[in-house]
Design a protein around this ligand. Sequence first.
Ligand SMILES: Cc1cc2nc3c(=O)[nH]c(=O)nc-3n(C[C@H](O)[C@H](O)[C@H](O)COP(=O)(O)OP(=O)(O)OC[C@H]3O[C@@H](n4cnc5c(N)ncnc54)[C@H](O)[C@@H]3O)c2cc1C
Ligand SMILES: NC(=O)c1ccc[n+]([C@@H]2O[C@H](COP(=O)([O-])OP(=O)(O)OC[C@H]3O[C@@H](n4cnc5c(N)ncnc54)[C@H](O)[C@@H]3O)[C@@H](O)[C@H]2O)c1
Length: 489
Amino acid sequence: MQECNVDIAVIGAGTAGLSAWQVARQYHDRVVLIEGGEPGTTCARVGCMPSKLLIAAAESAHQAHTAAGFGIEIGSIGVNGRDVMERVRRQRDAFVENVLESMQRIEPENRLSGHARFEDPHTLRIGNDLRLHARAIIIATGSRPHSPKAFAPAGDRLIDSDAVFEWDDLPESVAVFGPGIVGLELGQALSRLGVRLRMFGKSGSLGPFQDPALRDYAERTFSDEFYLDPAAQVEAIERDGNQVAITFLERDSGHRLTERFDYLLAATGRRPNLDRLDLHNAGLALDDKGVPYYNRFTMQCRHTDDENAGSHIFIAGDASQELPLLHEANQQGRIAGHNAGRYPERRAGHRSTPLSIVFTEPQMATVGLSRDEAANRFGCDNVAEGQATFEDQGRAVVMRQNRGLMRLYAEHGSGQFLGAELFGPQVEHIAHLLAWALEQKMGVERMLEMPYYHPVLEEGLRSALRDLSRALLQGPAMTERCLEYGPGG
Ligand SMILES: Cc1cc2nc3c(=O)[nH]c(=O)nc-3n(C[C@H](O)[C@H](O)[C@H](O)COP(=O)(O)OP(=O)(O)OC[C@H]3O[C@@H](n4cnc5c(N)ncnc54)[C@H](O)[C@@H]3O)c2cc1C
Ligand SMILES: NC(=O)c1ccc[n+]([C@@H]2O[C@H](COP(=O)([O-])OP(=O)(O)OC[C@H]3O[C@@H](n4cnc5c(N)ncnc54)[C@H](O)[C@@H]3O)[C@@H](O)[C@H]2O)c1
């Protein structure tokens, strides 16, 4: 067994691990990055990037199919599944290659391949041949798809999101289980590319929305496009030849149907890769799901023996299960990298405003506090709500994308903006404006003083802010939008 002493060990070469490594390396020479699976990051290989490539192809098909609404005749439209998947994989490989090239710049002695697990709080076993002693350790092991045991009868027709991006061709049909973020993004894209699709949920939840008004609006909108039952009654999942047969009660009719699909796509959530780390040897306090307790501003884990004592072990990215998003993995990785580098000294890092965007069409986004979080923090009576739809919003009408709703929350008295849930065309941009406003701790009145061009989708935001200002008793309701702001403003 080879033994080796290093300053810092980073477990996992994903987005969190790479950013942690880069920062920690500024403090010490021996900072090793350990990757036990396929290098290239979840984001580039099987996450953000390939999913957006598939969605981009679907948007293109959708635009062609709906061009007649503008008086544009396109004739017959074909989707060549092989070409679609070939582009997804080719561009995906290019993104992965970029990551691998960056990793080549890490000194070879600071790069290790092999699965890491704890032997004691300072010792990691890498594969079978190497024992590594580290002064500080960063856990950045990411997450993996999780599916319930009930799906097992589907056999090799049961797939997860990772497998979708390996397809050579588009299948004829897919049953998507889980109308969460992955399920909605991939499900809508597949449907727009001509795949026969049904989407089944369990608890009634839909994507990231917590505000019932947004959830219901989104449910109605997606249901116009593909079969969606967020609280489905599925009675049986069976293998039938090369297909999977699903017996369920049809949403509106209540009829019992058995339908066959090429695949069952499980999009039922992800679990942190913590279960094969032998964390019981790491001396950490763990919650009931086996995730270490940690301080979200230092990313420092807690010792078992003293609840208040910080350990030399830090955590970052999906492994922490806090907000499994790319920019969070990056930010958490940087904070963990700095504090592992400085250990035992620590500093609180900046955690930015929560921001999540789902690349469906219409897009879904959440910013800052949800309605319930705001009510819990400030009390129900102290939270004002404002809203606006995109149905008659000028620019959205122009683009034939006039579906959606925005709901904004603010604190009575101070007029402080607190958070929002958005469903509408390209709300990724409005979501950023709102997140930046929250970072600046802006009040609703100040947000209304910002410039609004015409005709843009952001004018819809102004309408929602005006409604919020009215609810805060800070300003009058908007009654004559055209007179005040111009047509469609
Ligand atoms: C389909 C899909 C679409 C997504 N789209 C978006 C999006 O549009 N925007 C967004 O912000 N986020 C998106 N995400 C989420 C985003 O991809 C993740 O939050 C992010 O990639 C997590 O990075 P990470 O560094 O924590 O984990 P990873 O990139 O998964 O890195 C963890 C690494 O640790 C390695 N590892 C695990 N255990 C060990 C061990 N014991 N020893 C050694 N190595 C180990 C793994 O092999 C892996 O390489 C998407 C996710 C999915 C699945
Ligand atoms: N655009 C983005 O930023 C983006 C895109 C994809 C993924 N992600 C990240 O990945 C994470 C994981 O996404 P996800 O969609 O896998 O998880 P999720 O938690 O968002 O959704 C899981 C869904 O599956 C449902 N479900 C659970 N068990 C079920 C069952 N037995 N049958 C039917 N439905 C069931 C849940 O009710 C929920 O709606 C997200 O939280 C997000 O942070 C982000």
